[in-house]
Ligand binder design. Structure first.
Ligand code: A3P
Length: 289
């Protein structure tokens, strides 16, 4: 499929193929027992999705390998010609459903707020997101050409990338977490102490799992295991959508890779912009772990 420019949906740059069916997204009916997994792209969506699916299945690895992650945790707003339609997939699913989205708060279908669904938001530091997104833009053909790194970084800072500004996204969800049932997690914390963070998720979901089950979940969702697991590493996706010969989806799985990509000048410019955008907020990110 040839690459195409992003389109604007209510002011947010998004994939051209979402436009036609956006009405379905707006009209999507959440159910009270849906669990919404929300992230800005490249923040650990697939990781938290697999953790939650493992928790829902009491650590049964075979059940979690039964199907690709994008069928077990459908991507709500995804709409591609003749391939995936997230809302249609979800409408057919039995409850309780796991739903994935990357939308900023203002684009979330209103029924999620009305039904007071539980939600998990995972945030990752902006520098590592920018780097991870740069590789993803290259491999995922739904995106326009990212151009050279320097150009892409400028676009990222300006919010001129799919799903818009990272800053607006994390700030929007952070604000909502004050009033709704949202567990706000950080990728860096998950890297630092996966057991502690998985326990938080278990508690948030109101489950009780034996220590051995928790350990199984941790093993199954480690980067090394997920990298070789075809049900989560997207290798079953057609190459017109994701080209793994350009970059693997499970690329490095670390915090601080930005240091291998940002020049000193880029870092200084980024830091100035970052300070302006995040001024006065209690929201703090660690840039490495
Ligand atoms: P990198 O490109 O920095 O390696 P998403 O699922 O939101 O698209 O995020 C993808 C990023 O999460 C990639 O980052 C990927 O390697 C990382 N990731 C996926 N599974 C992970 C895991 N189990 N542990 C750590 N990082 C993981």
């Amino acid at each position: 499929m040839p690459r195409r420019e992003l389109e604007s949906i209510h002011g947010i740059p998004l994939y051209w193929c979402f436009v036609e069916k956006w009405g379905q997204v707006e009209a999507f009916q959440a159910r009270p027992d849906d669990l919404l997994i929300s992230t800005y792209p490249k923040s650990g969506t697939t990781w938290i999705s697999e953790i939650v699916d493992m928790i829902y299945n009491d650590g049964d690895v075979e059940k979690c390998k039964r199907d690709a992650i994008f069928n077990r945790v459908p991507f709500m707003e995804m709409s591609t010609p003749n391939f995936i339609n997230g809302t249609e997939q979800l409408d057919k699913m039995p409850s309780p459903r796991l739903v994935k989205t990357h939308v900023p708060v203002q684009l979330l279908p209103i029924s999620f707020w009305e039904k007071d669904c539980k939600m998990i938001y995972v945030a990752r530091n902006a520098k590592d997101v920018a780097v991870s997104y740069y590789y993803f833009y290259q491999m995922a053909k739904l995106h326009p050409d990212p151009g050279p790194w320097n150009e892409f970084l400028e676009k990222f800072m300006a919010g001129n990338v799919a799903y818009g500004s990272w800053y607006d996204h994390v700030k929007g969800w952070w604000e909502k977490a004050k009033d709704y049932r949202i567990l706000f997690l950080y990728y860096e914390d998950m890297k630092e102490d996966p057991k502690r963070e998985v326990q938080k998720v278990i508690q948030f979901l109101g489950k009780e799992l034996k220590e051995e089950v928790v350990n199984k979940i941790l093993h199954h969702t480690s980067f090394q295991e997920m990298k070789k697991n075809p049900s989560v590493n997207y290798e079953t996706m057609p190459s017109w959508a994701l080209d793994h010969s350009i970059s693997p989806f499970m690329r490095k799985g670390i915090s601080g890779d930005w240091k291998n990509h940002f020049t000193v000048a880029q870092n200084e410019r980024f830091n100035r912009h970052y300070e302006e955008q995040m001024k006065g907020l209690a929201l703090r990110f660690r840039m490495e772990i």
